[in-house]
Unconditional design. Structure first.
Length: 148
């Protein structure tokens, strides 16, 4: 396995930490911008995640994947491993902190060398903008504006 590096994205929201946290961790709200999961998430446990957002980018709903929850400090930090293939996974961390009257979300993903970081970064920027649209009830952004 090659050495990993990180993609770090920061997004500010006018919404309180608890609302952003809920949009990231509640299956029904997560489904509005990314995908849904089944199971009861807890540290050391797993949930079955079905990514549905890809449909809006011209893709298909992927088969569910087993996501491992590594850390959870509600409503501030969530770290998970999302399988990327049979032999590798994406370590994803979401940190949410107060920022003035709103909050700031810092998204970090560990990726292996050889992965197209520009494509992965574009995808997560798109998803974070979809999160913003879901929080505010506005139109979801089009993938074409993000595709590298």
């Amino acid at each position: 396995m090659t050495a990993p590096h990180e993609i770090v994205l920061r997004k500010e929201f006018p919404d309180p930490v608890e609302d952003v946290w809920s949009a990231v961790t509640d299956s029904e709200r997560l489904g509005r911008w990314f995908g849904t999961y089944t199971g009861r998430g807890r540290v050391g446990g797993t949930v079955e995640l079905t990514v549905t957002g890809e449909v809006d980018a011209g893709g298909e709903i992927a088969a569910p994947v087993t996501v491992t929850i590594l850390e959870c400090d509600a409503p501030r930090r969530l770290v998970v491993d999302i399988p990327e293939s049979a032999t590798s996974s994406w370590r994803v961390a979401v940190d949410i902190a107060p920022d003035g009257d709103g909050s700031v979300l810092v998204f970090t993903q560990r990726v292996a060398d050889g992965v197209d970081a520009a494509d992965v970064t574009a995808g997560w920027r798109w998803y974070l903008d979809r999160l913003e649209a879901a929080l505010h009830g506005t139109a979801r952004p089009e993938w074409a504006a993000y595709a590298p």
